[in-house]
Design a protein around this ligand. Structure first.
Ligand SMILES: [Fe+2]
Ligand SMILES: [Fe+2]
Length: 291
């Protein structure tokens, strides 16, 4: 049983909407032009899709931030780049990042809903999240933590209703051999196990961080922090942040053996600078960068 996970592609800087200059999108576009454009390797996405074919996963998980300002032009571009995945028989699960739900303009929301619908093969509508679904013995709990925020924020929110639903699923008895995974955009904790800063954290994450610590959750997959990390809990649970694919070129590969009941994890690199590293534990700078 294999999952391949990537995040934060951040196709960016595209919109023909003049009203983008009147809201948060202006700051997002300027940030993209000044800080990001020269550093992003959009070609890593094509390489990643090629590598994924060889890895033959049971599910590909994309934890959001496909775009920069959540515009219809950006979603159209990234869906075109993802066409090899969309046109294959590969099972995919995608949920939004804060950049995909950047502003509340109707056409931006419609583009997000369309991308969600297409990438998830029409299985759910976005407003149905959180959802629970099975991949073999794995139960995946997926939650939308993103909604438009003020320009100076890149944080997310767990609503009381979503938290209640997730905890009800986690508190229910497990069936034989069942493992439980959380899929969200935001890390529950950083690579050192601390809360993220107020401006970019997931507000309301504490009950889920507790569930990872006490064994009700086995694995949490996320993005948002652009530096990939793996954090191991004392009980063997893991939080895995895939980082920004187009910055670091890493795919997070998670294998589960029903025979042993154990997960194993490694990183596959599609970056320019060499073969795939096998990295264990927190990697690169623990502070992380990005949103
Ligand atoms: Fe993000
Ligand atoms: Fe991001």
């Amino acid at each position: 049983m294999r999952l391949v996970h990537f995040s934060d592609v951040h196709v960016g800087g595209l919109t023909a909407d003049p009203t983008a200059c009147l809201d948060k999108r202006l700051a997002g576009l300027l940030n993209f032009m000044v800080r990001r454009r020269g550093r992003l390797h959009t070609d890593y996405l094509a390489r990643a899709l090629h590598r994924i074919r060889g890895l033959a996963p049971d599910l590909v998980v994309i934890t959001g931030d496909l775009t920069t300002i959540g515009s219809s032009e950006e979603f159209a571009t990234v869906l075109e780049l993802l066409a090899p995945l969309l046109n294959s028989r590969q099972e995919v699960f995608y949920l939004p990042g804060n950049h995909d739900a950047y502003v509340s303009q109707r056409h931006c929301r419609a583009a997000l809903e369309d991308a969600f619908h297409r990438l998830n093969r029409g299985r759910w509508r976005l407003e149905e999240l959180p959802v629970r679904f099975a991949v073999g013995p794995l139960t995946l709990l997926a939650v939308n933590e993103c909604r438009p925020t003020a320009p100076w924020q890149s944080c997310g929110y767990l609503t009381p209703a979503a938290t209640g639903q997730l905890l009800a699923w986690l508190d229910a008895p497990r069936h034989d051999g069942e493992k439980r995974l959380l899929i969200g955009h935001f890390p529950l904790r950083d690579s050192a196990g601390r809360r993220l800063g107020w401006r970019r954290r997931l507000h309301g994450a504490d009950p889920l961080a507790a569930a990872l610590g006490d064994g009700r959750l086995d694995l949490a997959l996320c993005g948002h922090i652009h530096t990939p990390f793996r954090r191991d809990e004392a009980n063997g649970a893991m939080e895995l942040c895939a980082g920004a694919l187009t910055l670091h070129g890493l795919l997070n590969v998670v294998d589960y053996s029903p025979a042993s009941g154990r997960f194993s994890q490694h990183w596959e690199s599609v970056a320019d600078d060499g073969p795939a590293p096998t990295l264990v534990g927190p990697i690169l700078d623990p502070a992380g960068a990005g949103q």
